[in-house]
Design a protein around this ligand. Structure first.
Ligand SMILES: NC(=O)c1ccc[n+]([C@@H]2O[C@H](COP(=O)([O-])OP(=O)(O)OC[C@H]3O[C@@H](n4cnc5c(N)ncnc54)[C@H](OP(=O)(O)O)[C@@H]3O)[C@@H](O)[C@H]2O)c1
Length: 271
């Protein structure tokens, strides 16, 4: 099996590396000696994460970037290349979830889900392809179990993540000759930073409340590393995710009926 070795010469960009899963992913790449760029919109957590990692003697730089802004995406990749001359791994982790039925959700929040979860990662990837071809590097997308089957109350979010899956397949074919790895991870319920927010059906930020998580941020981060090092195409995380994926694939009608029945009982909500 072909493998990617990562070390002091490797330059990695983790979007949304200032919080949550992204921060733990950045930390795992730092532990291998890679130079890691993190980006996000929130200056305070960007600086705090940079300071925290520098204290651990990690090689890190934090840059402001709103991935919904194409100019900002182009500038981010240009800065990485100007400063380091290469890019080996792009982890498209930044994203936002929401709650709300299609009927109750405003068209603006539906559009916002596509901008932050799909169009932003596509734009960054577009600008990063040139450098990644040179390094024969990796592009990774952080998707969700909601991409595997539509679930109630998270339709626009899940649709954006599903779009990433289709995009990753196109990219893999387009970049096959150039030996660029393209991977996607469908992530299940993961613990989160205190203060994590999602959107409600009208685009208002609300705190995320969840009774149970099935994995930690660090467990996801370590799977991202597995994806890059083993150049894996697609990974579905958690036992629930693997079981659901099996059922959706082999028993589509039963699982469809199950999703409808469970949602009628308000039992199902994805992330
Ligand atoms: N936690 C879960 O249970 C779970 C499950 C499945 C999939 N996921 C996926 O995993 C990824 C990380 O989730 P998380 O739980 O770690 O979320 P989180 O703690 O809310 O972190 C989201 C990250 O995305 C960044 N971000 C959001 N909008 C952005 C924008 N417009 N431009 C640049 N950065 C932006 C945020 O930084 P700023 O706020 O500074 O912009 C933050 O760093 C997401 O793609 C999410 O969909 C999470």
């Amino acid at each position: 099996m072909k493998r990617t070795s990562l070390g002091q010469d490797s330059v990695v960009l983790v979007t949304g590396g200032n919080k949550g899963i992204g921060k733990e992913t950045a930390r795992e790449f730092c532990k291998l000696g890679c130079f890691v760029y993190i980006c996000g919109r929130d200056k305070t957590t960007l600086e705090a994460t940079k300071e925290e990692f520098l204290k651990d003697h990690y090689s890190i730089e934090a840059l402001e970037c709103d991935i919904r802004d194409y100019q900002s995406c182009s500038q981010l990749i240009a800065t990485v290349i100007t400063q380091k001359g290469r890019l080996d791994v792009l982890v498209n982790n930044a994203g936002m979830s929401m709650r709300g039925s299609i009927e109750a959700s405003s068209c603006n929040i539906i559009e916002e889900m596509m901008k932050v979860n799909y169009l932003g990662p596509v734009a960054l990837t577009h600008y990063a392809i040139g450098p990644l071809k040179k390094s024969r590097g990796s592009i990774v997308f952080i998707s969700s179990l909601t991409a595997l089957h539509g679930l109630p109350e998270v339709g626009p979010y899940g649709a954006a993540k599903l779009a990433l899956k289709n995009l990753s397949e196109s990219l893999r074919a387009e970049l096959y000759q150039d030996d660029v790895h393209v991977g996607i991870l469908h992530v299940g319920f993961t613990d989160f930073d205190s203060g994590k927010v999602i959107y409600d059906n009208n685009g208002k930020l609300i705190p995320l409340k969840r009774a149970k998580n099935h994995q930690t941020r660090n467990e996801v981060a370590r799977q991202v590393l597995v994806c890059v090092r083993r150049r894996k195409k697609e990974m579905t995380l958690t036992a629930l995710g693997k079981t659901a994926s099996f059922l959706y694939r082999h028993f589509p009608r039963t699982s469809d009926a199950l999703v409808c029945k469970l949602s009628a009982k308000k039992f199902l909500v994805g992330n």
